[in-house]
Design a protein around this ligand. Structure first.
Ligand code: IMP
Length: 433
């Protein structure tokens, strides 16, 4: 059986905690999009980890962790993460790195500065857009090239030559040498060379053998390169639609799709955000929710839950269940606002515009709902949640078009309420199996 964990907002929904929780009962965990722009926070054995590239399977000795074709890989980040985790946990994770995954190279990070795209869009400056651009332009370097050093040097030399022509006089580009770069890459990749292979085949085989496979999405549907708030988006298909392309596995085989929804809205980086708040409530959400970027440390922009955007994300991700995270952060607010529609040029609409400028002109139409005083971190039983909290969850489930399968009331795996739900086939689905 296959389960996908999918972000339903602008990333930072708490996918890390949920993926880590579900990985415990999986046999394979697959990352399929994005790169080290992602920051997944997980508590394992009481220790807090922030991962960027490795799938949550690395925390469990028997679980295979796959970095699939759709991921852009920075070998220096991968090496550091694997070494840190191995040191803490005392075993080396079982890793498969797709031979067709593209590498992020030092000049990709540089290009975000040279071209100015990093500053213009408030990116994570991890070289993500230039690496995906090179892939599309067929001038990228792939993990499989590491197995053929002569070809690797040749590709790097051609690319560096073209960059020097495009950016004459940029000393950082001038200084780069293909030979040196190839040596550095091979050195960084040393421990992974035997892990490079046919990831798509490994995933297909695992599914055919009936294994539990978890697909760990990165970022969220609203950052999707095509259906997010373009151009204030990342450079991969973050929605469920990207899973097939990023893995080589037809999505028909992914029966369970768990949409992760934070109980309020956040965004890091630039771009329109209709329900953004300033002042006391925003400060409170940021402080109580620890809303600072895992990758860049930037304070996240905070606001009320946007149901228009959530419905849009639900169309892209087709969740069969949702996990609502950080519900505990809202305790103590006397009332909450949810955005049920947008006011666009004086007309009410529930359509999420496909264009960022259009979205920037939309004003939120709020509905006020009762808040709750009770702290939630100790609650483990859905029925013990305050009536107002359950009412709030019902609104979220209705907009997402899927039942609440899991509620997170704190950062640790224990602070989780499992509800499960009935599948259309009549089976009871419990996300923890
Ligand atoms: P890039 O992915 O570094 O090119 O950044 C493009 C936009 O996506 C910026 O607004 C980033 O802040 C945002 N972004 C990328 N990855 C994440 C993530 O994992 N969580 C939240 N925002 C992200």
């Amino acid at each position: 059986m296959a389960t996908a964990v999918l972000g339903m907002q602008w990333g930072d929904e708490g996918k890390g905690k949920i993926a880590h929780f579900l990985a415990a009962s999986s046999e394979m965990v697959v990352r399929w999009n994005g790169g080290p722009n992602a920051g997944h926070t997980m508590f394992h054995g009481g220790v807090k980890f922030g991962t960027h590239l490795v799938p949550a399977g690395v925390f469990y000795p028997g679980v295979e962790s796959v970095i699939a074709t759709g991921v852009v890989v920075d070998l220096s980040v991968l090496r550091e993460e694997v070494e840190t985790i191995s040191r803490h946990l005392g075993f080396t994770p079982k890793l498969i790195l797709s031979e067709s995954a593209h590498l992020i190279l030092p000049y990709h990070r540089l290009l975000e500065d040279v071209e100015g795209s990093g500053a213009k869009f408030g990116t994570t400056r991890r070289g993500i857009a230039p690496a995906y651009s090179d892939r599309a332009a067929k001038v990228g370097v792939r993990a499989g090239d590491l197995l053929a050093p002569a070809r690797l040097r040749e590709r790097l030399a051609e690319r560096l030559e073209a960059l020097r022509r495009a950016w004459p006089g940029v000393s950082e580009v001038e200084r780069l040498s293909a030979k040196r770069l190839a040596e550095d890459l091979l050195e960084q990749a040393g421990p992974f060379l035997t892990s490079i292979g046919d990831a798509a085949g490994a995933i297909q085989d695992a599914l055919t053998a009936g294994k539990e496979v978890l697909f760990e999405g990165a970022q969220g549907a609203l950052l999707d390169v095509d259906f997010g708030t373009y151009p204030y988006v990342t450079s991969s298909t973050t929605a469920f639609t990207g899973l097939s392309a990023g893995t080589g596995v037809p999505d028909l085989r992914v029966e369970r799709r768990l949409g992760i929804v934070k109980a309020y809205q956040t965004r890091v980086g630039d771009g329109p955000f209709p329900t953004e708040l300033s002042g006391e409530v925003a400060e409170r959400l940021r402080k109580e929710g620890g809303e600072f970027g895992v990758v860049t440390g930037r304070p996240r922009r905070c606001g009320w839950l946007d149901l228009v955007a959530l419905r849009h994300a639900a169309r892209l991700n087709a969740p069969t269940g949702i996990a609502v995270t950080k519900l505990d952060v809202l305790s103590g607010l006397p009332e909450l606002c949810v955005c049920r529609a947008y006011d666009r040029h004086g007309m009410e609409t529930t359509r999420f515009p496909g264009d960022a400028e259009d979205l920037a002109r939309c004003r939120p139409v709020y509905e006020t709902v009762p808040g709750w005083e009770d702290p939630l971190r100790g609650v483990r039983d859905y029925k013990r949640l305050p009536a107002a909290t359950r009412g709030y969850l019902d609104r979220i489930a209705e907009a997402a078009g899927a039942p609440v399968a899991l509620v997170s009331v704190g950062p640790t795996p224990e602070e989780t309420i499992l509800t499960g739900f009935d599948t259309p086939e009549g089976d009871r689905y419990n996300p923890a199996h």
